[in-house]
Design a binder for this molecule. Structure first.
Ligand SMILES: Cc1ncc(COP(=O)(O)O)c(C=O)c1O
Length: 373
C-alpha cells in the first residue's frame, strides 16, 4: 500500500453535522455552527474574540487591514513561510521585509529581526513553523521596545503552546488554518484571533463583508450598514458545521499525532550522523503538525526521497523561500538568509497523521536509517 504524506482525519459525526446544517435551512455563514466553532476556539484558546474566516490567508489579510498597515510601512517576517504571510502585507500596499530563521526551529531569529528594524517598521509577523512556538519572549520584548504590533501566523499551530499560552493568543492578532493539510481540517477555512479588545468591533465588520451585521444579529442596531472595506466573509454553515464536529476531535487527534511524532523521534535519534531531527525548545509544547528531518545537502535529500518513493512512501520538501521566489525577489533587500536557504535545500517531511500505524513508522525509519549518506 502506498504511504501518503498525510491522511486528513474526519470525525465520525461530521456528515451528521452537515446534514443538520442543511436541515436548519440556513446555509449562509455566521449562523449557529459558525458560533459553535467560535465559542469552542474562544473557550479553548482564551482569546478576546475568535472569528471564522474563509482561510488563514484571508485572516492574515484582515489582520493587515485591522492594523491599518499602509504604503511605506514595513512588516518583518520569515522568508521560510507560505506566500499568504507576505500577500497580506502586499495587499494593503505595505512592504514585507524578510529576516532569517533560527537554524534549529526555523522560526524567526530575534537577532535577525532586530537587525531589520527601521523607522518604517510597523509590525512583526511571527510564523510558528510546524506548530513549534517561536521565541515569543524575545520577539514580544523587541516589539514592545520598538512599539511594533505582532501578528502570529499560527496557521499550523492549533493546540500548541508557548509557556502554556496557546499560539495565536500572544500577539495583537493571531490566525489559524483549517485547510485539509492542517491538524484539524475542514477543506478550506481559517480563524482570526483578536487579542486586543479595541480591535474587536472592526474585526467583526471585516468578517461580515464590511458591515455591522453581527451587531444587527445581536439586535444592537436596527439595520446593518457598510462600515469598512473588507476582503470577504466567513465560511458557509456547511463548512462550519463540518468544522464544529472536527474540533470536538482536536484533542484526540493531537494526542495521536504526538504519539506518532514521538515514535519517529525515538526511532531516529542517534541512528544517522548525517541527519538532523527537529528541535523543540523548552518553552514550546508543539502539536506534532509535522515530522521533518534535515539531510546534509540537497543531493542527499533527493537520494533519500527517491529511496522512500521506491518503497511507496511519500516524503516532501517544504517551502521555496519567499525571497528566492519570482515575486519575493522584487521585494527583498538582497541579503543572504543562510539558515532559510539551507532548510529549503535539506528539509524533508515524512508521513504523519493521527493513528498512523506503528509498523509503517518503523518501515519509514528503517529506510531513513539505512541510507549511507
Ligand atoms: C504558515 C502558513 N501561513 C498561512 C497559510 C495559509 O493557510 P490557508 O490555506 O488556510 O489560507 C499556510 C498554509 O499552508 C501556512 O502554512
Amino acid at each position: 500500500m502506498p504511504v501518503p504524506l498525510s491522511q486528513p482525519p474526519v470525525a465520525p459525526h461530521a456528515l451528521d453535522r452537515v446534514r443538520a446544517a442543511v436541515e436548519s435551512g440556513r446555509l449562509g455563514g455566521g449562523g449557529h455552527f459558525t458560533r459553535l466553532c467560535e465559542d469552542w476556539l474562544q473557550a479553548r484558546l482564551g482569546c478576546q474574540r475568535a472569528l471564522l474566516t474563509g482561510s488563514a490567508s484571508q485572516a492574515l489579510h484582515m489582520a493587515a487591514l485591522l492594523l491599518e498597515l499602509r504604503p511605506g510601512d514595513e512588516v518583518i517576517m520569515p522568508s521560510w513561510t507560505f506566500p499568504s504571510t507576505a500577500n497580506a502585507v502586499l495587499l494593503v500596499g505595505a512592504q514585507p521585509v524578510f529576516a532569517d530563521v533560527d537554524p534549529e526551529t526555523l522560526n524567526l531569529d530575534p537577532d535577525a529581526v532586530a537587525a531589520k528594524i527601521s523607522s518604517r517598521t510597523r509590525a512583526i509577523c511571527v510564523v510558528h513553523y510546524a506548530g513549534v512556538a517561536a521565541d515569543m519572549d524575545a520577539l514580544l520584548s523587541l516589539a514592545r521596545h520598538h512599539g511594533l504590533a505582532i501578528i502570529e501566523d499560527a496557521a499550523q499551530g492549533l493546540l500548541a503552546n508557548h509557556r502554556e499560552v496557546p499560539l495565536g493568543t500572544l500577539g495583537d492578532i493571531g490566525v489559524l488554518s483549517f485547510h485539509s493539510t492542517k491538524n484539524v481540517g475542514a477543506g478550506e477555512a481559517g480563524a482570526l484571533l483578536i487579542n486586543r479588545p479595541d480591535l474587536v468591533p472592526r474585526a467583526e465588520y471585516l468578517r461580515e463583508k464590511g458591515t455591522d451585521r453581527m451587531a444587527f444579529e445581536r439586535k444592537a442596531v436596527a439595520h446593518y450598514q457598510w462600515r469598512a472595506p473588507s476582503p470577504g466573509g466567513g465560511p458557509s454553515e456547511l463548512v462550519s458545521a463540518f468544522l464544529s464536529a472536527q474540533l470536538e476531535y482536536a484533542q484526540q487527534w493531537h494526542d495521536a499525532r504526538l504519539a506518532a511524532w514521538n515514535s519517529y523521534h525515538q526511532l531516529l535519534t542517534g541512528t544517522h550522523d548525517g541527519y538532523r531531527l527537529m528541535t523543540v525548545p523548552p518553552y514550546a509544547a508543539h502539536n506534532a503538525h509535522q515530522f521533518a528531518i534535515r539531510t546534509s545537502d540537497s543531493r542527499a535529500r533527493s537520494r533519500l526521497q527517491q529511496t522512500l518513493s521506491a518503497a511507496g512512501i511519500t516524503a516532501a520538501p517544504h517551502y521555496v523561500p519567499l525571497h528566492q521566489s519570482p515575486l519575493g525577489r522584487q521585494y527583498h533587500d538582497g541579503q543572504a538568509l543562510p539558515c532559510t536557504e539551507r532548510a529549503a535545500a535539506s528539509l524533508l517531511r515524512l508521513p504523519l497523521w493521527p493513528d498512523m500505524p506503528e509498523d509503517v513508522i518503523r518501515k519509514v525509519c528503517a529506510l531513513v536509517s539505512a541510507r549511507e549518506d
